[in-house]
Ligand binder design. Structure first.
Ligand code: HEM
Length: 138
């Protein structure tokens, strides 16, 4: 058992900046090519350059690497930046599905892949809860 989650162990296991940027590119590629991804792809702007950079820089800090997100894009809370979007179980599952498919293409240990998808399900669930509260009366 590796000690992912302590210091920069996860950042290193994810291949540092280069590995994380590749993961994010592959993730959006899955979103564009998998039928299950189409609906959440449509929630995004046509041009994915900025969102790819945002997700990459966010994940770098979140995984214990350089914390540059706030410097570059300002302070934010993950559930709050999604609250204008209607995200239910289907959208959450589609996001995690595309990420899981992208993880299959990475040169990571299986243990790290499992760890990462589990850890990502936490913010994905927080986003779902906030979106449901926000949109429940509409
Ligand atoms: C639960 C399913 C999710 C869906 C459907 C989703 C969808 C989106 C969409 C459409 C945007 C662009 C929003 C806009 O420009 O108006 C966005 C932004 C973003 N998402 Fe997600 N997302 C999900 C989960 C996650 C998770 C789990 C993370 C982090 C681990 C994440 C990190 C981000 C970041 C960092 C941004 C940029 C926020 C900013 O503008 O500063 N997302 N997401």
């Amino acid at each position: 058992m590796q000690n992912y989650g302590t210091l920069d162990a996860s950042y290193i296991a994810a291949g540092k900046e280069q590995g994380i940027r590749k993961l994010v590119d592959d993730f959006y590629h899955q979103m564009e090519t998998q039928t299950r991804g189409h609906h959440i792809r449509e929630m995004h702007t046509d041009d994915l350059h900025i969102i790819k950079d945002k997700l990459s820089v966010f994940l770098m800090g979140w995984l214990g690497g350089p914390r540059d997100y706030a410097k570059k894009y300002g302070q934010m809370s993950i559930p709050m930046v999604h609250k204008h979007l209607v995200i239910g179980e289907e959208e959450r599952d589609a996001w995690l599905f595309c990420m899981n498919e992208a993880l299959k293409d990475q040169d990571y240990d299986d243990e790290f892949k499992q760890y990462l998808i589990y850890e990502l399900s936490r913010p994905a669930n927080a986003i779902l809860r906030v979106s449901q509260m926000e949109h429940s009366n509409r």
